[in-house]
Design a binder for this molecule. Structure first.
Ligand code: BAL
Ligand code: ZN
Length: 876
């Protein structure tokens, strides 16, 4: 794998006018005939050869305008096809035939088979595993696709666009033809064939066009697609209302498959989904699963405009479609559910996934300038930080100008492959605002650190706020410019009333947004009658680390009075965090752990505050994770001490709040039949949060066992099983529940993934042996990405004490697994390996073990580019 640089971008020498594909499907020998019409781009070298991309391909036929091409005129390797002496200006047709083996395709890129179904995954560079092609996102063309296959095994033949027709085709075969009129890049191509059940519905667009909606799932699972269908219709409506975007084909299809590297894929008119994000019913899906399905259905649907109608010029621009589309799906979920609770969940995720990436060896800008393997850039930085940057544009411009900016973007760039600069220009043109400094957010990696301190001058009735920003050094970026940081803020009086300054000097303040644009700024708020309590970075308006020493009393006041509920939650977390950090230090020294009463009181007050929605109260009760604590400690970390300290804090809160938690556990039932709506989910979340605390003070598993037996939905069942397995792993009750769960759901892969994941996350050194044992059981499937992520992924990403056990055996186990997975599925191997990205924050003995394990991978022969890229960067 060679390094690709943004600076090297140039358009293709040839323009692709049309694509006509014919597939004769066969499990091991699928014949692909690609008829491509090209002409030479004006102004390019008249002699230049046409060079097409390939990946593990063998050419079996090549025609130029229906005539065989002589051996002297072309050169074919597995990775490329070069054709010389092509017409200087006239269009020409190239007919390329390849034979591919879907059955042997374990990478799950290109055309492969899963559960008897043919399906494709082409983003980013999978299409070149199907045929030789200019496989880059700036080559857009309309596609016609003909599919020929055995009729009995493949009654269903699907591709992008609108259905043209089908017919019988010789002995036992049939064919279908599809035409997609919207020019698209190859990464959006899709083909699905096989025998599946379907759920059908229709949607009438704002302009009155009827669209057929179809979700294809395994036979018998149709009822489980009902929620996804509902989410799809809500998404289509929301995109019309909020962004003025209508759907543009006669049909929209979703196919759920069980072997899939990603969550889902937005192929034009034919989304392919990991079935984890389609299938749900109360018996198999948790509330979190329902929320994920809703968000991912929306995300892929929203790509129809942000990604498909307007796509990326090159893969460096990935955030153009991903950051914007994540922002859109976040807004959708916020509108469908509770906005503050959604925001809290987003920020939790951002801090626990993206912040460690941005603060470690894999840090890269939202818009990178080089890559060795593009698959490794489908990161939380591109996606989630990309979304945060889009959110900040909306914050800077306000809702109306932001809408005008997106309108302009859709209008100006429809049908094009564009860049981040094109995107930003639309907002500048719509608003008249200069976003030059702001756009550094796309180019400078690392999480900014903002330091704040305030002083009140009673005589002058003014409050002075000193702000400083610091950009950390990241790989390849040592010097950085100050950023434009939009900080939402408010000032409160001691009684919780909002204080509005008569004037502000030293910074621009628009509505509640304070603009920090210099390295250091002193802002004075005039006309403040009493000492104010500052609430800074409300709604997490900017993705920064904030250092602001505030008294416990002030934080408690924000936790109680802020009208921005996100800020209330943040204040509770900020109150708790020092306790968790100190607890980890104390546990390491063998000192008894204590916890500030101010924090416990504020937490319990929030927990029982009936004016707050249950989902919010549940979020307040969920303390920062062990990984979050490790990140905040910043180095020399001992996972066992962090775990012990956090458990001790949980126990102290549990003890102090016994009555509160008992009452919540008893009162937060959800009577009546199960409903996945946000309010019911919130009650379950709060009840299970209370239950987690109660199980801290329980010294017997009886309550958890009773809860397991009483559960009538997967949220409660898996919560009870988690408590039994994590808190009482060696008891007969835990063993019986695990066995019961296994036997009850053995036929249901998605639920068995939970069974594996819950066990992979059991704290403590013994879990490694458990995992090794689980790998020997018949239900363990090495070839299934969901299963590997559930067991190996959960262990490495979400079990600091088990994975990080002091003897290093967890790291050695991972190294072996990575090398093994890499043989089949490099993309999956590289993804799981990123779990090692924070190894330098470990205490020296563990860090040494981690380094040795990484070096074991690095030294192995035959590594994929995917794994090579990650291991080299992590070790650097
Ligand atoms: N484009 C890959 C899957 C997604 O982000 O929607
Ligand atoms: Zn996406």
């Amino acid at each position: 794998g060679q390094i690709v640089y943004l600076a090297d971008y140039r358009p293709t020498d040839f323009v692709l006018e049309r694509v006509d594909l014919t597939f004769e499907l066969h499990p091991t020998e699928t014949k692909v005939e690609a008829r491509l019409i090209f002409h030479r781009r004006e102004g390019t070298d008249r002699q230049a050869p046409l060079v097409l991309d390939g990946d593990e391909l063998t050419l079996s036929g090549l025609l130029l305008d229906q005539t065989e091409v002589s051996a002297a005129q072309y050169e074919a390797t597995a990775e490329s096809l070069t054709v010389r002496d092509l017409p200087e200006s006239a269009p020409f047709e190239l007919t390329i035939t390849t034979i591919i083996n879907p059955e042997a395709n374990t990478q799950l890129m290109g055309l492969y088979r899963t559960g008897g179904i043919y399906c494709t995954q082409c983003e980013a560079e999978g299409f070149r595993r199907i045929t030789y092609f200019p496989d880059r996102p700036d080559v857009l063309a309309p596609y016609t696709v003909n599919i020929i296959a055995d009729k009995a095994a493949n009654p269903l033949l699907l591709s992008n666009g609108n259905f043209l027709g089908g017919a019988g085709y010789g002995e036992g075969k049939h064919f279908a033809a599809w035409f997609d009129p919207h020019p698209k890049p190859s990464y959006l191509f899709a083909l699905v064939a096989g025998d599946l059940g379907v759920v059908e519905d229709t949607f009438v667009t704002a302009s009155g066009r009827e669209v057929a909606l179809k979700i294809y799932v395994e036979h018998g699972k149709e009822p489980r697609a009902a929620y996804a269908m509902d989410a799809l219709k809500r998404s289509m409506k929301w995109d019309e209302e909020r962004f003025g975007r209508e759907y543009d084909l006669d049909i929209f299809m979703i196919v759920a498959v069980s072997d899939f590297n990603m969550g889902a894929m937005e192929n034009k008119g034919l989304n392919v989904f990991n079935d984890k994000y389609v299938l749900a019913d109360p018996e198999i899906a948790t509330d979190a699963d329902y929320a994920n399905i809703e968000a991912i259905i929306a995300h892929e649907y929203f790509h129809n405009w942000t990604g498909n109608r307007i796509t990326c010029r090159d893969w460096f621009q990935l955030c153009l479609k991903e950051g914007l589309t994540v922002y859109r799906d976040h807004e959708f979920s916020a509108d469908q559910r509770s906005r503050p609770v959604k925001r809290i969940a987003e920020v939790r995720h951002l801090k626990s996934e993206q912040f460690p990436e941005d603060g470690g060896p894999l840090a890269h800008p939202v818009r990178p300038t080089k890559y060795r393997e593009i698959n490794n850039f489908y990161t939380t930085t591109v996606y989630e930080k990309g979304s945060e940057v889009t959110r900040m544009i909306a914050t800077l411009l306000g809702r109306d100008l932001f809408k005008q900016g997106t309108d302009l973007y859709f209008d100006r760039h429809d049908g094009q492959a564009v860049t981040i600069e094109d995107f930003i220009k639309c907002f500048e043109d719509a608003s008249g605002r200069d976003l030059t400094q702001f756009s550094l957010w796309y180019h400078q990696a690392g999480t900014p650190l903002v330091t704040a301190s305030g002083t009140y001058d009673a005589g002058g009735r003014s409050f002075t706020l000193s702000l400083e920003q610091m950009m950390p050094v990241t790989p390849g970026q040592t010097t950085k410019e100050p950023m434009h940081i939009p900080l939402r803020m408010a000032l409160f009086a001691e009684d919780g009333a909002l204080l509005t300054p008569t004037s502000v000097t030293g910074a621009e303040l628009t509505d509640d947004v304070l603009h920090l644009t210099e390295r250091a700024q002193t802002v004075v708020f005039h006309g403040i009658p009493s000492r104010p309590v500052l609430s800074l970075n409300r709604s997490f308006s900017t993705p920064i680390n904030l250092q602001f020493s505030q008294s416990a009393g002030d934080m408690a006041l924000i936790a109680r009075y802020e009208t921005d509920h996100f800020a209330r939650w943040q204040a509770l977390i900020d109150l708790g965090l020092p306790n968790l950090l100190q607890a980890a230090r104390d546990a390491r020294q063998g000192i008894a752990v204590t916890c500030d009463a101010a924090f416990v009181d504020a937490l319990l007050a929030a927990a029982k505050d009936e004016s707050l929605e249950p989902a919010f109260r549940a979020q307040a009760l969920a303390l920062p994770s062990e990984a979050d604590i490790a990140r905040e400690l910043g180095g020399d970390n001992d996972p066992d001490a962090i775990h012990a300290g956090r458990q001790a804090i949980l126990a102290l809160i549990a003890e102090a709040g016994k009555d509160v938690f008992t009452a919540l556990y008893d009162n937060m039932q959800t009577p009546g039949p199960f409903s996945p709506d946000a309010a019911s989910a919130g009650r379950r979340a709060l009840r299970n949060a209370a239950f987690t605390y109660l199980s801290q003070s329980d010294n017997a598993p009886a309550r958890a066992k009773a809860a397991y037996d009483a559960a009538n939905n997967m949220t409660d069942l898996s919560a009870a099983l988690t408590i039994l397995a994590h808190r009482f792993p060696e008891t007969a009750e835990a063993k019986a529940a695990l066995e019961n769960f296994h036997d009850r759901f053995a036929e249901n892969a998605l639920v068995i993934d939970k069974w594996f994941a819950i066990q992979a996350a059991i704290p403590g050194a013994a879990t490694l042996e458990r995992i090794q044992g689980l790998m020997e059981t018949p239900l363990f499937k090495r070839t299934n990405p969901n299963r590997m992520r559930a067991l190996v992924g959960t262990f490495a990403f979400a079990n600091p004490t088990g994975f990080g056990r002091a003897d290093g055996a967890g790291y050695r186990f991972l190294a072996q697994e990575i090398l093994d997975i890499d043989q089949r599925n490099p993309q999956l191997a590289a993804r799981i390996l990123t779990s090692m990205r924070s190894w330098r924050l470990l205490e020296p003995v563990r860090a040494d073990h981690a380094r040795s394990a990484l070096m074991q991978i690095e030294r192995a022969g035959g590594l994929s580019t995917d794994v090579r890229d990650i291991v080299d960067r992590i070790l650097k």
